[in-house]
Design a protein around this ligand. Structure first.
Ligand code: AMP
Length: 365
């Protein structure tokens, strides 16, 4: 069986690495001939809108998936007329635009922060009357890792925010003073079987995910049930196949959906060592219509992203419960170069291990 992946980043690379033990082969399509998945799969470098390249890409593939959500929808639709494409392109479409996405959640009764579409300076002033301050102004499309968004704290910040983002369709959200951020990784197979990983607690800095803890400290079975129920609505509405990640703000003990990603997700990297079957393998099983593997956690995990620089590997590797993943990318500021997963038998061991690890890599929070 050969699987096609649109996008050749680290997620594609980890999908391929999870698939080889199952006897699968991979072809990835990326703009860059240097894409990290190219080191472990047959890489085609081409534009996603090049239909001749898409035809060559699709030849002989059993199923096509994607590994980042800014793959344009039209090529996904074009491919879906030749070969099965999962998750459905509709999910891609819903997740690419923050306004469509929030309206999708709203339609399903999934709570979100308050939000209003903003297309002009007047819209922004009116919207701020509704949300009050602080508020978060975001571009509707192509935002990731905190890019394309500004927090407006004071009236004096409004015109600077408009100047930095105005001119493209925007969304204004009420600022949520959340207790914490958590994410749910749900998976649904072609045959309708679903499974859910335990809730993950996520810590961002400057809009980039730094740390994920799973199981999320103190997450009750009620909170897990709430997340599963909300995710189930999204899976059903999209007739979804594959892994779907939903990021939530937890406030007053309940969940507000911030965004979803129709793909494997950074907050699920811990599953490689920390769950019975990883998000990557389960995504592949799902898109192939195979039975899903267990999502049960194996111990307590902490996943730290390596961003911008790679620390001294010898001291990291000397930590006995630590698992190192490097993506084969050249260091560059704010670039995700790899991650570390600490997997230990107890929450206490996770706290001590994490403190030691942070010292080693010189990270304070
Ligand atoms: P996003 O790109 O929408 O995931 O936003 C990146 C990060 O900004 C989130 O993980 C939050 O930490 C923060 N953020 C985004 N939207 C809001 C909001 N409405 N209220 C408070 N914080 C937010």
């Amino acid at each position: 069986m050969q699987i096609g992946i649109l996008g050749g980043g680290q997620l594609g690379r980890m999908l391929a690495l999870a698939g080889y033990p199952l006897g699968l082969r991979f072809r990835t399509l990326d703009l860059s001939s240097e894409a990290p998945a190219g080191q472990v799969s047959e890489l085609m470098a081409a534009d996603f809108n090049d239909t001749d390249a898409l035809k060559r890409f699709a030849r002989g593939l059993d199923v096509v998936t994607y590994e980042f959500e800014n793959v344009p929808v039209d090529p996904a639709r074009f491919l879906s007329r030749r070969v099965a494409v999962f998750p459905p392109p509709e999910a891609l479409e819903a997740a690419q635009d923050r306004l469509t996405e929030k309206r999708f959640f709203e339609r399903l009764g999934i709570p979100t922060p308050p939000f209003i579409a903003v297309d002009s300076w007047d819209d922004l002033k009116n919207a701020l009357n509704d949300t009050g301050l602080p508020a978060v102004l975001k571009t509707r499309r192509f935002g990731y890792d905190g890019k394309g968004q500004v927090v407006i704290r004071k009236t004096e910040d409004v015109s600077a925010a408009w100047q930095s983002l105005g001119g493209v369709p925007l969304i204004l959200e009420g600022f949520v003073a959340f207790e914490r951020e958590v994410s749910m990784l749900a998976v649904r197979s072609r045959n309708g079987e679903t499974a859910f990983y335990p809730l993950v607690e996520n810590h961002h800095h400057e809009g980039i995910l730094r740390l994920s803890l799973c199981p999320a400290p103190g997450a009750t079975s009620e909170l897990q049930g709430e997340a599963e129920e909300l995710a189930s609505r999204a899976l059903a509405a999209l007739n979804y196949t594959g892994v779907l990640a939903i990021e939530f703000f937890q406030r007053d003990g309940h969940l507000l959906a911030n965004e979803m990603a129709p793909r494997v997700h950074n907050s699920g990297h811990w599953t490689i060592e920390g769950a019975e079957v990883s998000q990557f393998e389960n995504h592949l099983r799902a898109i192939l219509g195979w039975p899903l593997g267990s999502t049960a956690p194996v111990g307590f995990s902490a996943m730290l992203n390596l961003i911008g620089t790679i620390p001294d590997l010898r001291s990291l590797l000397a930590m006995k419960n630590l698992h190192l993943h490097l993506y084969g990318k050249a260091p560059r500021p704010n670039r995700k170069l790899g991650h570390l997963t600490l997997r230990v038998p107890s929450a206490e061991a996770r706290d001590t291990g994490l403190a030691h690890l942070r010292q080693l890599i010189g990270q304070s929070e």
